[in-house]
Design a protein around this ligand. Sequence first.
Ligand code: DP6
Length: 322
Amino acid sequence: MKSKALAHSNIALIKYWGKKDPKLFLPWNSSVSMTLDRLYTVTEVEFSPEFKEDTIIVNGEKLEGEKKEKVVRHLNLIRHIGKTDLKARVVSENNFPFGAGLASSASAFAALTLAATSALGLELSKKELSIISRQGSGSSCRSIYGGFVEWKAGNISEESYAEQIAPKEHWDVRDVIAIVQKEEKKVSSRAGMAQTVETCPFFMKRVEEVGKYLPKLIKAILDKDFKTLGEITEFDCLSMHATMLTTKPMLLYWSPETVRIIKEVVSWREEGIEAYFTVDAGPNVHVITLPEYVKEVEKRLSEIQGVKEVISCGIGDDTKVI
Ligand code: DP6
């Protein structure tokens, strides 16, 4: 009763920020992402009658407290589906900085979902895996698929799942990430988005606007229209951060370096470099670009004061058993 899975992280081009149902992880708006090849999690799960309790080891460290609870809650959901009460040993390795706004929870919960369900011998469709993974961490439901992915918000649990828009072979889009801070953020996405829904007076306006431009982004992906993809990606990022900034108390995830990079990326476009920024709940900046500009973007990012590391990603594959 043992299985190992590999899942890639993803970067949202249209962000998920806000739950309509926090227990079921139903989001207020649908979101769109691309799966990232270079950032991934490998997780092994074993169930055994010999285990007295769940043990969770991430990057060599045994989890305790709230972090362990999040994983145990997800194991409980999977045990319920698999009709077992066996305890598990989970060993997980991320190949990227933990909690740096690089969405490690997306790849972590996608890998955990597939490894745990296959260790129990459950044969589930990708749609079912996505529905289960969503309830561990929302953004992880998109990582079940490679390529370009939409998470359809839905109104009930069975309607809220990810679907592939196009596989990775469709279009070679890159994400060059400028890491300016590796430490874990002070306010988690989970806590932050709950505060935004509760206190931001503009939140529902954002949800309404996403509904208008999401179909345009999907069309841009299918048509390989990079300018439209970039413009929608930047606007959506700014729209999400606008709701964060107008949350009480204020959620300001950016650092001075974040602003510096954003301004640079905008000015590079005037020189003909097709590159657009997006930022998650953290200070690191993702620069979405095309293969021909990657070298130049990497060089320019690494020359900016405060950039600690540059990680270049292409598009990744589905979550799979290895
Ligand atoms: C800003 O999926 O980490 O990265 O569902 O509470 O686990 P929970 O939140 P999480 O939030 C991700 C927020 C984001 C945007 C996105 O990836 O869509």
